[in-house]
Design a protein around this ligand. Structure first.
Ligand SMILES: N[C@@H](CCC(=O)N[C@@H](CS)C(=O)NCC(=O)O)C(=O)O
Length: 272
């Protein structure tokens, strides 16, 4: 049932405990919540506890590990106004748009052609992306998948700097990756510079989408939509992880497109 009004009761939003928040899919959802002006409160879940929390809430998984087992992920949104629980960032954006169409800054999914593609496979260690059925906002869903693939190829530049709240979270990722210690995640020296250059080139391709409309900072100009928030999730992850000098470098690439996107989305980035 769609209501045109802003919801009255505060929603519960679950994100992975990090300071600053630096998890890409929760960032996409947070930007969408603020875009739709939704009152919400964040519960910070330590990475090793995500499975217990997700199962406790009774939210089915939306992603599988490479071996076919369930992968317990965040974000989750619980909306007491409609008794709904949603456990995928794309579904959260669709839910907010359909349930509260008139709330906040407008339509998250205006019809548009978003013709960016990135067709390389995911890195071998990455769990497959969530599969989606076609039928709803397909142009955006496809874009989400291509953007996730593109950035996942370079997430190695960020992983070592994830600002986890606890050693236990780091230990869990070390265990999963089968490496000896957290330090093994660091990519440095020449290998880092090479990867950064390739990352810059990938971003150059994506930047083309943002330079079609020169009134910026968003794809369609001054008004953001969910495609900007998808890229925004990654930009906020970069900001939360990359060393300051590298963040400044990335901000300045391609005429500052990604720096302007970060600044333009600040009004939807409040952490509640
Ligand atoms: N398709 C899901 C994917 C969610 C996802 O992969 N979340 C990651 C963080 S960005 C996660 O919770 N990882 C938990 C872990 O690695 O243990 C969505 O968009 O919400």
């Amino acid at each position: 049932m769609a209501t045109s009004l802003k919801p009255t009761e505060t929603m519960d939003f679950y994100d992975i405990a990090m300071s600053p928040p630096a998890s890409v899919n929760p960032w996409k959802a947070r930007l969408a919540l603020n875009f739709k002006d939704i009152p919400h409160k964040t519960t910070w879940v330590p990475l090793p506890d995500i499975g217990e929390v997700r199962q406790g809430l009774g939210v089915p998984t939306c992603r599988k590990l490479a071996d076919g087992n369930d992968f317990f992920t965040l974000p989750i949104l619980v909306d007491p106004n409609t008794n709904s629980k949603i456990g995928d960032s794309f579904d959260i954006a669709v839910y907010l748009q359909k349930t509260y169409p008139e709330s906040g800054a407008g339509d998250l999914f205006p019809p548009q052609e978003i013709d960016y593609t990135f067709d390389q496979d995911l890195p071998p260690w990455a769990p497959p992306l969530s599969a989606r059925k076609e039928g709803e906002y397909d142009e955006y869903s496809k874009f989400n998948m291509h953007v996730d693939r593109a950035f996942s190829a370079y997430v190695g530049l960020m992983g070592f700097f994830l600002p986890f709240d606890s050693q236990a979270s780091k230990d869990e990722l070390v265990r999963r990756a089968g490496v000896k210690s957290w330090d093994d995640f660091e990519i440095k020296g020449e290998a880092r510079e090479k990867m950064k250059e390739s990352f810059r080139l990938m971003l150059g391709d994506l930047a083309k989408l943002f330079s079609r409309n020169t009134t910026g900072p968003f794809i369609l100009g001054k008004q953001a939509n969910y495609a900007d928030l998808i890229v925004g999730g990654w930009v906020y992850m970069m900001h939360g992880t990359l060393p300051e000098n590298e963040w400044q470098e990335v901000r300045s690439w391609h005429g500052g497109i990604f720096g302007h996107l970060y600044d333009g989305l600040q009004k939807y980035a409040e952490v509640m």
